[in-house]
Write a protein that binds this ligand. Structure first.
Ligand SMILES: NC(=O)C1=CN([C@@H]2O[C@H](COP(=O)(O)OP(=O)(O)OC[C@H]3O[C@@H](n4cnc5c(N)ncnc54)[C@H](OP(=O)(O)O)[C@@H]3O)[C@@H](O)[C@H]2O)C=CC1
Ligand SMILES: CC(=O)N[C@@H](CCC(=O)OP(=O)(O)O)C(=O)O
Length: 325
């Protein structure tokens, strides 16, 4: 099966990772690349290592009304820039939006693929979760579904690599000298990912998540993301691990580990690692989640969603091992 595929925002970090994955995908053929400032360049000008077959594909100025014949479009545009334009893409083109404009929006499926693949299969408009939400929700979902934690009072402490901000992110605040050898908390109390986490935790836990606290930190690494969440519950560590192993028994991309996961374990892959530590005497459950912010946090998850949308094996193009070291 050949699926005519496009990427808009291809020169960015998320779009570039989508290019890498699609270049190795058995069924997705990249026939359209688009952007803004990069328009006019060939892929090889932007990505010197791109496979030869794609080298001369020219990046077009993004215009949803001037698309070639396409089956599938990955949109990796800055959040806030995709809603209007994607509304003008013909209905026959399936879309995965990697950005944040369509999460929990009517007409779009929230693409939490490892938790509810059946909701995504066959859909034509899917919104990828944000990078922090996917790590958090993948770790918490088994506990919420089994009623092992209270959805009302969850605290999330998160660390991300700098590429999470994108090439264009940060207004120049994310240069090497500003981010190397320092830790930077940001987005306190009102980070943009709060609403999608609150909504999804409430759905999975069948109760209000109004007490949610979320604090992300930038750490001086290129890729990787670790969340450590603290919740109230009387389960033991063994019960949490068993619940997660049962929940993800048939899921190809989630690894439940006895050891707390490390960010590098997922590097360059679509894997999510989750683990747990709990002390019933202290009414405390800790759930940890690791993803590559550009893999399961963005392009890997987008390809997984697209596989489900078009009826391919979920793992198509995503089976490579992570980078090590
Ligand atoms: N980085 C990450 O880890 C994650 C990112 N995301 C989300 O994915 C989306 C993309 O992020 P990311 O790749 O990091 O960002 P980047 O800043 O790296 O890339 C954004 C790309 O969008 C293109 N672009 C900007 N404005 C326009 C426009 N008006 N028309 C066409 N193209 C445009 C730019 O292309 P050009 O160079 O041609 O101007 C640029 O390459 C964002 O919504 C982000 O929040 C989600 C999860 C994780
Ligand atoms: C380091 C950094 O800045 N990370 C981004 C998250 C990237 C992401 O998931 O963005 P969207 O929700 O917009 O898709 C942030 O905290 O906003």
């Amino acid at each position: 099966m050949s699926i005519r595929t496009g990427i808009v925002g291809i020169s960015g970090f998320g779009g570039g990772e989508a290019l890498r994955l699609i270049a190795g995908h058995p069924s997705f053929d990249l026939v359209y690349a688009a952007g803004d400032g990069s328009a006019g360049a060939r892929l090889i000008d932007r990505f010197p290592g791109v496979p030869r077959a794609l080298a001369d594909l020219v990046i077009r100025k993004w215009d949803p009304e001037a698309l070639p014949e396409l089956d599938l479009l990955f949109a990796s545009l800055p959040t806030g820039r995709s809603a209007d334009a994607l509304a003008r893409v013909p209905a026959s083109v399936k879309i995965v939006d990697i950005g944040g404009d369509h999460r929990h929006v009517a007409g779009w499926t929230y693409g939490l693929a490892d938790v509810w693949p059946e909701r995504i299969a066959g859909q034509s408009r899917v919104a990828n979760p944000g990078c922090f939400p996917v790590a958090t929700l993948t770790a918490l979902a088994p506990l919420l579904a089994a009623g092992l934690i209270d959805p009302a009072n969850i605290v999330i402490d998160a660390k991300t690599g700098i590429s999470g901000a994108g090439r264009g992110g940060g207004d120049g605040r994310f240069g090497f000298a500003e981010t190397n050898e320092t830790l930077i908390p940001y987005g306190l109390l009102h980070h943009v990912h709060m609403p999608e986490m609150e909504t999804t935790i409430a759905q999975l836990g069948r109760g209000s998540a109004a007490g949610l606290v979320f604090t992300p930190h930038l750490v001086p690494m290129t890729r990787g993301l670790l969340v450590t969440t603290y919740a109230r519950g009387r389960a033991t560590t063994g019960e949490c691990l068993a619940a997660a192993r049962a929940f993800y028994a048939e899921r190809p991309f989630v690894r439940v580990t006895d050891q707390p996961p490390q960010s590098k374990w997922a590097s360059g892959s679509n894997l999510a690692f989750v683990s747990y530590a709990a002390d019933p005497a202290r009414n405390l459950v800790m759930a940890l989640g690791v993803v590559d912010n550009l893999g399961k946090g963005a392009a890997g998850h987008a390809v997984q969603n697209a596989n489900l949308m078009v009826g391919l094996p979920e793992t198509a193009g995503l089976e490579g091992a992570p980078l090590w070291p």
